[in-house]
Design a binder for this molecule. Structure first.
Ligand code: HC1
Length: 574
């Protein structure tokens, strides 16, 4: 360790740590704006400046390492004045329409201005840039009038997702973050993952808001409006209402959706079980009949776009299964429509998703089993939060309610889809029991759990070694796929999710501000919600879901049937 003094207090900090991290250890929070641990450590915004004895000027604590005997002050008038000036300079080229901004209340810039006593936002008023808003993409928009050039979006896009479609254009006062040559985002190879939105401190990046369309559909008496909720939504929605990260809000979420006026409140988890039935069948078929291996999961539309753009030679490895979101919509507009005697054209399916790429996915080709779109509108968890607030529903005090039947019945296997490794574990529970004909003694496949970038395991099933791998986040996926492509690694089955950690860290989840994100393992807290729900569920294997059994008995026949193929499977484009 290294012994230093911060604000006169002795601190023993690990060698190599930054002043920012050491201060945190001494219960002192230094504000930051551009800093994102392991992703964007560039010391650019200068909000985190501190005084260091002997240094000629203020230093940026997020990148400045501690040295033996160092003396640091984090709250002198000089420091506080510098931070305030920095904020006022940012505001001099910022549109400041806080009242109507989507991030009002969760904006990191707004919070800092309040904390640091910015009492005159026009202090440096003068020339300002005016940017056109880029609305070209299906899932999001960029409003550079609110961008503060922190570069977090650029860093996450290029380093974590290895997509690199955002960067700085122009220089000096005209510097702006956008796609190359000012192309609309839709023209680039953006995969719609929304990780840029997740890390944006202000309202510069946001999902396209579809809340009004959903209110209108609910109010339309000719429409039967069905809502489905992805596994991860229940693990994040509470954060929109100030509840601690890691709060299970499944019951309150169902209550809120019912009070919003949806005709049926169903669960995407049912379709996750359905996916397992189809995908496990596809895996066994490929293994037994010499099909293309490894089989790779296809539920994450960000990953699918990544595969189409960057690994087109491996598209035959992808499962042909639609994602659970799409399987759900397709099942509602075929099976459920027939059962209820409703014309599929009069059914409106709304998805609540932790994902922005799902907004893109609903418009893909071959996602219209009943010749109308399988899903009509996707809301992110943030939009759902907004909708509940707008409707005046007091979320925190709601009673817990249950999903409607029959498409609200699901298993523990389904809910863990939302965390990296969950699809693999769910598939193994079903595939192993199908192959061996015996009941598993232990349902947990712990090797594929957790946040490691690449997880591998070999399971001996009915005398055969089944090799699996699980990855999430596109930089990890790229590494893994390059090994598969070169023959360095071989597997039977791979789970890939677009966002690092899986859907619980999706681009449509509540934004976690950097001061929390940098020091809290928020992904594990959210994942625990799903694992706890799985543990508590009496049915934990997809093939034991009674609603799934009924679906196959009365409608699809068996997994992989002609009808199942027509309704539940899809194709990809090179
Ligand atoms: Fe996901 Fe999925 S788990 S992709 O992460 O397979 O979005 O939560 O809904 O479709 O079920 C997302 C989550 C989600 C699908 C399922």
């Amino acid at each position: 360790t290294v012994n230093i003094k911060i604000n006169g207090v002795d601190v023993a900090a690990p060698k190599g740590s930054t002043i920012l991290a050491a201060a945190r250890q001494a219960h002192i929070e230094i504000p930051t704006l551009c800093f994102l641990k392991d992703i964007n450590e560039i010391g650019a915004c200068r909000i985190c400046v501190v005084e260091v004895k002997g240094a000629r000027s203020l230093v940026t604590s997020c990148v400045y390492p501690v040295n033996e005997g160092m003396e640091v002050w984090t709250n002198t008038p000089k420091v506080l004045d510098s931070r305030k000036k920095t904020l006022q300079l940012i505001l001099s080229d910022h549109d400041k329409k806080c009242l109507s901004c989507v991030r009002s209340g969760s904006c990191e810039l707004q919070k800092l201005c309040a904390e640091l006593g910015v009492d005159d936002e026009e202090f440096y008023a003068g020339e300002a840039n005016e940017y056109a808003i880029d609305y070209s993409a299906a899932h999001m928009y960029r409003d550079n009038n609110k961008c503060i050039l922190c570069r977090r979006c650029e860093a996450v896009c290029s380093k974590v997702q290895v997509v690199g479609v955002i960067g700085a254009n122009e220089r000096g006062f005209n510097t702006n973050l956008a796609s190359a040559f000012d192309m609309g985002l839709a023209e680039t190879s953006c995969i719609s993952c929304g990780q840029c939105i997740a890390v944006c401190p202000t309202g510069a990046l946001s999902e396209k808001d579809h809340v009004n369309e959903v209110f209108a559909a609910i109010a339309d008496p000719t429409k039967h409006v069905v809502v489905q909720t992805a596994p991860s939504v229940r693990a994040g929605l509470g954060e929109e209402f100030g509840m601690p990260i890691g709060t299970d809000t499944e019951g309150k979420m169902v209550s809120a959706l019912r009070r919003l006026g949806f005709d049926r409140v169903f669960d995407t988890d049912l379709a996750a079980d359905l996916t397992i039935m189809e995908e496990a069948n596809e895996l066994l078929d490929r293994v037994q009949n010499g099909g293309k291996l490894p089989l790779i999961t296809s539920c994450s539309p960000g990953w699918i776009k990544f595969a189409e753009f960057y690994f087109p030679d491996m598209l035959d490895n992808l499962s042909s299964c639609k994602s659970p979101q799409q399987m759900f919509g397709a099942t509602v507009k075929t099976y459920y429509a027939e059962k209820m005697g409703i014309d599929p054209k009069d059914i409106f399916v709304v998805s609540c998703m932790p994902c922005t790429a799902k907004k893109f996915e609903i418009g893909r080709d071959d996602q219209d089993a009943a010749e109308v779109p399988d899903v009509d509108i996707v809301l992110t968890v943030r939009e759902l939060g907004r909708m509940i607030k707008r409707a005046g529903i007091n979320f925190s005090s709601l009673p817990d309610e249950q999903f409607d039947n029959p498409l609200g019945i699901s298993t523990g296997a389904a809910v863990i889809f939302g965390t990296s490794g969950g699809v693999m574990e769910a598939a193994l529970r079903t595939a192993v029991e199908t192959l061996t004909g015996e009941e598993l003694a232990k349902l947990e496949f712990s090797d594929v759990r957790g946040l490691d970038g690449i997880k591998e395991a070999v399971y001996n099933v009915a005398g055969m070694d089944v090799k699996v791998a699980v990855t999430s986040g596109m930089s990890n996926a790229k590494k893994l796929l390059e090994k598969v492509r070169s023959g360095e690694a071989d597997y039977h089955f791979i789970e890939i999710m677009g966002c690092p950690g899986g859907c619980i860290n999706g681009g449509g989840m509540p934004q976690v501000s950097a001061d929390t994100r940098n020091f809290t393992d928020y992904r594990t807290l959210r994942a625990k919600v799903l694992y706890d729900i799985d543990n508590a569920n009496v049915i934990r294997k997809s093939h034991e879901n009674p609603a799934i059994k009924e679906l196959y008995d009365t409608y699809f026949g068996k997994p992989g049937s002609h009808k199942a193929h027509h309704i539940l499977h899809t194709t990809y484009v090179k």
